[in-house]
Design a protein. Structure first.
Length: 77
């Protein structure tokens, strides 16, 4: 009976355990390449925010261009 247990342990350590470790890390590697739902939502929020900021900047530039008191605002440093 002792030799059967030894054989089972040897087979487990030489075949099952290394296979489990390799498949585990392959799965982790594939998951890390994909973008998560939270990250995708954060990117969408940042894009919307950047669009709003760009619109605000364009509005401000248009106001400054139309104002007679700030004719040379673009040339000032």
């Amino acid at each position: 009976m002792s030799s059967l247990a030894t054989l089972a342990i040897v087979l487990f350590l030489t075949i099952v355990a290394p296979l489990f470790v390799v498949l585990h890390f392959v799965t982790k590697w594939k998951q890390s390449r994909e973008i998560s739902g939270d990250d995708e939502q954060m990117l969408e929020d940042l894009y919307v925010l950047s669009q709003r900021l760009e619109e605000r900047l364009e509005t401000l530039e248009r106001i400054l261009d139309d104002d007679d008191d700030t004719e040379d605002w673009r040339r000032k440093e």
